[in-house]
Design a protein around this ligand. Structure first.
Ligand SMILES: Cc1cc2nc3c(=O)[nH]c(=O)nc-3n(C[C@H](O)[C@H](O)[C@H](O)COP(=O)(O)OP(=O)(O)OC[C@H]3O[C@@H](n4cnc5c(N)ncnc54)[C@H](O)[C@@H]3O)c2cc1C
Length: 302
């Protein structure tokens, strides 16, 4: 990977700068290949040189992202060093299109840090989404949970250190370390797959912890390195609204009904897709309602 060598370039200013995430994690840029112009350069092989004004570059990048072109964005690459708790890393590592080298706890002692949760940060189980959380437990309950967590982590760390002291191999001594233990890894990925990772992991459906990492990578690293791509990514992915055939037909039925905007819940239910009728719970219907609320076509739930 060749580096951007100009002193004062965004890459030079960012390289090895640690952006803290959670209580003891970080992300930092190790190296980058390319910038906005690499995307343009690759695309112009296909589309012809044309004029090369900056405004045209921006238009081209936005066109490519809007129309889901992929390979021009694969021409740029980013290498990060990340420090992440194991439970979060387990989600992260599912993204198979990156190259990874991880700290080895067979070879070295496990990193002596585990992620801890502050008393005010114990989240409650979401009622509507089995994978999610919503709200936090009262502080006094949180204080007890945080105390227990500290005790548990300290005890496990002592057991681990005892195993090492009496000669147990590192590869076996680590087996009872908690998922909150931090790991470190080099993570290299092209810009297309990085944006895919960010779209999934900055989304509100993703777990808060990995969302914090993704948001830090996006805002602190990708934005300054690829400002035009980042702007297009926000416009056409993160802040875009995807309408399915069913959503579109609900809107068409509501518009044809003559009811005034904002449409009521009753009007929405009358116009819902036939497949949703009679279902007490229907995630797709909820998502459709949510889109109409975002568009200001229905009142938001209080
Ligand atoms: C909110 C959320 C909840 C999740 N819940 C669960 C869960 O409950 N259980 C669970 O197991 N996982 C879960 N996942 C993980 C998810 O299913 C994906 O494995 C993960 O997000 C990686 O996405 P990806 O495969 O698109 O990314 P990458 O692995 O980076 O791949 C990028 C793209 O490359 C292509 N690709 C890569 N490898 C292959 C291949 N072998 N064959 C064909 N195409 C390939 C695909 O188009 C893919 O989208 C969840 C993810 C999110 C964001």
């Amino acid at each position: 990977m060749s580096s951007q060598e100009n002193a004062g370039s965004p890459a030079d200013e960012l390289r090895w700068k640690k952006f803290p995430v959670l209580d003891d994690g970080f992300v930092c840029l190790v190296d980058v290949m390319g910038d906005d112009s690499s995307v343009v350069q690759a695309a112009r092989v296909s589309y012809g040189a044309g004029t090369k004004k900056v405004s045209d570059d921006r238009t081209l990048i936005r066109y490519l992202l809007r129309h889901r072109h992929t390979t021009p964005f694969e021409m740029a690459e980013i290498k990060l060093l990340v420090r992440v708790p194991m439970d979060c890393w387990r989600q992260w590592i599912r993204h198979r299109t990156a190259s990874v080298n991880e700290y080895s706890t067979r070879y070295s002692l496990a990193i002596d840090a585990a992620q801890r949760t502050a008393p005010g940060e114990w989240r409650t189980q979401a009622a509507g989404n089995r994978q999610g959380s919503e709200g936090v437990l009262p502080e006094e309950v949180g204080r007890e949970l945080s105390r227990q967590e500290e005790e548990l982590q300290d005890e496990i760390r002592e057991v681990y250190q005892h195993r090492i002291a009496v000669g147990v191999a590192r590869e076996q001594a680590r087996k009872d370390l908690p998922l909150s233990t931090y790991t470190e890894a080099y993570w290299k990925v092209d810009l297309h797959n990085l944006l895919h990772f960010l779209a999934l992991r900055m989304d509100h459906h993703a777990q808060l912890e990995i969302r914090r990492y993704a948001t830090t990578i996006g805002e602190q690293i990708v934005r300054p390195l690829f400002p035009v791509v980042w702007e297009a990514f926000l416009d056409y992915r993160m802040k875009a609204l995807f309408l399915t055939r069913l959503d579109t037909e609900v809107i068409q039925r509501l518009a044809a009904s003559g009811d005034a905007v904002p449409w009521s819940e009753d009007a929405f239910l009358a116009a819902q897709d036939p497949a949703w009728q009679g279902l007490q719970r229907c995630r797709e219907r909820d998502e459709c309602r949510d889109k109409l609320q975002r568009l200001g076509l229905m009142e938001s739930a209080s």
